[in-house]
Design a protein around this ligand. Sequence first.
Ligand code: NAD
Ligand code: DAU
Length: 338
Amino acid sequence: MTIIVTGGAGFIGANFVYHQLKHHDDKIVCVDKLTYAGNLETLDAALKSAQFSFIRADIADRDAVYKIFADVKPDVVVNFAAESHVDRSIEDPELFLRTNIIGTSVLLDACRKFGIKRFHQVSTDEVYGDLPLDRPDLFFTETTNLHTSSPYSASKAAADLLVQAYQRTYQIPATISRCSNNYGPFHFPEKLIPLMIINALNDKPLPVYGTGDNVRDWLYVEDHCAAIDLIIRRGTVGEVYNIGGHNERTNLDVVKTIVHILGKSEELIQFVTDRKGHDRRYAIDPTKISTELGWTPQTSFDDGIRLTVDWYLSNRAWWEKIISGEYQTYYARMYGDR
Ligand code: NAD
Ligand code: DAU
C-alpha cells in the first residue's frame, strides 16, 4: 500500500509517520508545505528509510496536489495538514480557511479524480464546542452537535462537513476521527505543554490564561497514532470515531505538574488575560472506537507527562532552534502586554 500523509512534518503527523514505519511495511509519502509549524529535521530519521519520501507542497495548490496524486498513486490519504493553533486563528482567521477548508476540498477532489481506497480526515474534539465545568457527567459523543467557538474549530468543522458531503455525493471512501488534546515528542513550543516545559526550564513566567480552571482531555500522541492506524485499516467507511482517554485535567493542574517534575517554583506561574471565546471543558467518550475497533489508550497522563518532559530535556537542540527564530516575534506579540 502507498499512504500519503499530509502535514507529516508537524507534531502528530510526524509521530504518525514513525508509527507507520515501525509497525508496517507500506510506502509512506509525506506532503507538507513546511509552514512555521513544519520541520524537516523532525523527519531526519524517517528520511533514512527506503519506505519514506517527502514532497514539499501546499494542499490548497490544486495543480501541485493533482500532480502528486498522478505520480504517487496513493491507496490511502491521511490528512493531518492544517493550521492548528487556536490563538493564531483568533488573530488572523483567513489562512485557516484556506488550508483547513480549501486544502481539504482540493484533496477530496484529487481523490475523486484519481480514485482512492481510503481518505482519512484528522479532525478534533473542538468541533463539538465546549462542555460546562459543573457537569462532569457530560461527554462528547459522535452524535453531539457541531457547535464551534474559534475560527480554527469552525474551519475544522467545515472540513468535516465537506468530507461527509463528498462521501455521500461522490462515494469517496472516507472516515473522520475527532481527537482530544495531544501531547508528546515534537509538539511545537506554542502549545500549552511544551510552552510550559520550555519556559520553566528557562525560568521564564508561565502564562496561564484566565483562572486556569479550563479543562482539557489529554492523550499521549502515540495513542492517537495507534487509533488512526486502526481506523484506516479496520474502520467503517462513512463513520466518525472519537478518540480520547479520560485524562481530564485543569490547565493549572497541568502546569503545576510540570513545575513539580522540573523541581521549579510555582511562583513562576502568572495569570494572564484570558483567550477570547475560551472553551471551558473538552471531554471525549471513546466508547465507539473501543467497542468497534478494540482501541484503548496505553499511556496514563502521569506516565505520558514524564516521558514528554524527558523528551524535551533530551532534545534541547530541536526546540532551542525553533524558539530562537520567528517564534520570538510571535511570543512578544501574543504575550508581550497580556
Ligand atoms: P501542527 O501545527 O504541529 O502541524 C501541522 C503541519 O501541517 C505542519 O507540518 C505544517 O507545515 C503543515 N501544513 C500547514 N499548512 C499546510 C498546507 N497548506 N499544505 C501542506 N501542509 C501544511 O499540527 P498538529 O498539532 O500536528 O495537528 C495535526 C492535525 O491534527 C491537525 O489537522 C489538527 O487539527 C488535528 N488535531 C490536533 C490535535 C492536537 O492536540 N494537536 C488534537 C486533535 C486534532
Ligand atoms: O482539543 C484538540 C485541540 O487541542 C486541537 O484541535 C488543537 O489543534 C490543539 O492546538 C489543541 O487546542 P487547545 O486550544 O486546547 O490547545 P493549547 O495548547 O493552545 O491550549 C490548551 C489550554 O491551555 C487552553 O485552555 C488554553 C490554555 N493555555 C494555552 C497557552 C498556549 C494557557 O493557559 N496558556 C498558554 O500560554
